[in-house]
Ligand binder design. Structure first.
Ligand code: IPM
Ligand code: MN
Length: 352
């Protein structure tokens, strides 16, 4: 039996509840496919911060860097100012592990309601590859003349040649086994220094990939096309901040945040898998929210570990749970609990 050790950070709000279901499902897949996961729990998040003053230490990060994949619930708590935990834990981890790819599948499963009229699961099936370590997320900015009527604030975004090239190359590699169509997102018409550079690098990578089709999209326009013609897209590669914005839109067209998983990936290092939604503090402890995004992120995690068949089986089990339509949380029009959905998906995996 293959043994894996996976650090798990359940985090804040609904994090512990959804992570419990994700673990349950992965454990069931392990039983069926002959692997065992030892979960190593880490307490980082709001409570830990309030108790100890620590966000996440260099020592912990170093320890975590010994593992190929981390499972993360959600970070964020109303007792703490916005940004403290998000930057101090989530972004710190993304940067520390150089997780330069944020992989976000936008796939409408069959039987899921989409707000886009006349589109089906055949039309909404693409992947967003969001650059995850540069752009306006690097944390360079400042405020001046505080309190003055002339007060200013500024934030600098930057991209590097290497940082841009590697994420675009990843997008082309991903498209190789799909429809070989790669769409680039930028705002080169206005922010031409930063995103004109992005476009040049995209072109340079595209030139090395004959047989692929490509297109350029301004970020404002792509929000329109995601809604009007989602079937145009296969692999979408985007700078960090635009990727943040367009993947919330993507989550909605695939049925809502309860169904949207993501992976922060460093192909040769430590990756981290999480639902793209937040910690939803108002639902904390109610066993109410949809665990599917987290379970799906778990499927991405075990794929990263090399368990492709088990990963596909989890996604298929999610699909079956939805098509059966009997066990579902409130967001999908049901009355079941978080753990009911985890149990049902587990049952399907076990073939019961
Ligand atoms: C996301 C989130 C994060 C981001 C926040 C919480 C820092 O919105 O994962 O999309 O902006 O990347
Ligand atoms: Mn976001």
């Amino acid at each position: 039996m293959t043994q894996y050790k996976v650090p798990v950070l359940p985090g804040d709000g609904i994090g512990p509840e959804i992570i419990a279901e994700g673990r349950k499902v992965i454990d069931a897949a392990g039983e069926r496919f002959g692997f065992d996961v030892e979960w190593i729990e880490y307490p980082h998040g709001a409570d830990h911060y309030l108790e100890t003053g620590e966000l996440i230490s260099e020592e912990t990060l170093k320890e975590l860097s010994g593992y190929p994949a981390i499972y993360l619930g959600s970070i964020g708590d109303p007792r703490i100012a916005p940004g403290v935990l998000e930057k101090g834990i989530l972004l710190t981890a993304r940067f520390y592990f150089d997780q330069y790819i944020n992989l976000r599948p936008i796939k409408l499963l069959e039987g899921v309601w989409t707000p886009i009229k006349d589109k089906t699961s055949k039309d909404i099936d693409f992947v967003v590859v969001r650059e995850n370590t540069e752009d306006f997320y690097i944390g360079i900015g400042g405020r001046a003349k505080k309190g003055d009527s002339e007060e200013i604030g500024y934030q600098i975004g930057l991209i590097s040649k290497e940082g841009t090239k590697r994420v675009i190359e990843y997008a082309f590699d991903l498209a190789e086994n799909r429809k070989k169509h790669v769409s680039s997102v930028d705002k080169a018409n206005v922010l031409s220094d930063i995103y004109g550079f992005w476009r040049e690098e995209f072109n340079a990578v595209a030139e090395k990939h004959p047989g692929f089709t490509t297109d350029f999209n301004f970020v404002d326009a792509i929000t329109m096309w995601f809604v009007k013609n989602p079937e145009w897209f296969d692999v979408v590669v985007t700078p960090n901040m635009f990727g943040d914005i367009i993947t919330d839109l993507g989550a909605m067209i695939q049925g809502g945040l309860g169904l949207a998983p993501g992976g922060n990936i460093n192909p040769k290092g430590t990756s981290m898998f999480e639902p793209i939604h937040g910690s939803a503090p108002k639902y904390k402890g109610q066993n109410k929210v949809n665990p599917i995004a987290t379970i799906w992120a778990g499927a991405m995690l075990i794929e990263q570990l090399g368990e492709k068949e088990a990963s596909d089986t989890i996604v298929n089990a999610i699909q079956k749970n939805i098509l059966d339509g009997k066990v579902k949380t409130y967001d999908m029009g049901g009355k079941n609990t978080t753990s009911d959905v985890g149990d049902d998906i587990t049952r399907i995996i076990k073939g019961e």
